[in-house]
Design a protein around this ligand. Structure first.
Ligand SMILES: [Ca+2]
Length: 153
């Protein structure tokens, strides 16, 4: 029996010609900018390895626990951009590492001093190995937000 399919075809055919289809109905939504948060770091000393970024949502685990989001970017001409999508509005801070040997972690020397570059949102890393959350945090309200910071070694 193919009667249900037949009935559906008739219903579809009889739909009022003027009724907008759902696909054409959402120009407002398409006009909104996408929710994307980018973090561009410049002054990387070479293009080796990758830039690894952590997006933190809480002061409590800033630079300690797992970040709310991770991103990795290739480096070109001393610059790289981490991209975070679908981030809910809120207060965040970003920390980034120039992972020159691409092993996924910060290399340190025998004294525990970092041998790879680090960066934090709002350049909170300046002169600090562990920048304060309050210096690095920023508000994300949705939509597009493009942040820039330097890499330091
Ligand atoms: Ca490393």
């Amino acid at each position: 029996m193919n009667l249900p399919l037949h009935a559906a075809l008739i219903a579809w055919t009889l739909a009022p010609a003027g009724a907008p289809s759902p696909a054409k109905q959402a120009p407002d939504k398409q006009a909104q900018p996408p929710d994307v948060l980018t973090y561009t770091v410049h002054d990387l000393r070479n293009d080796r390895g990758s830039l690894r970024c952590g997006l933190y949502a809480e002061a409590d685990n800033w630079l300690e626990g797992d970040p709310a989001g991770n991103a990795r970017a290739l480096i070109r001409h001393g610059e790289a951009t981490c991209v975070f999508r679908d981030v809910p509005p809120g207060i965040y801070a970003i920390a980034a590492l120039h992972d020159e040997d691409d092993d996924g972690e910060m290399d340190t020397n025998l004294l525990g001093i970092p041998e790879e570059g680090h960066s934090a949102s709002k350049n909170a890393q300046e002169g600090e190995l562990k920048p304060d959350w309050d210096d690095a945090r920023f508000e994300y309200r949705g939509g597009e937000l493009h942040l820039k910071a330097r890499m330091e070694y």
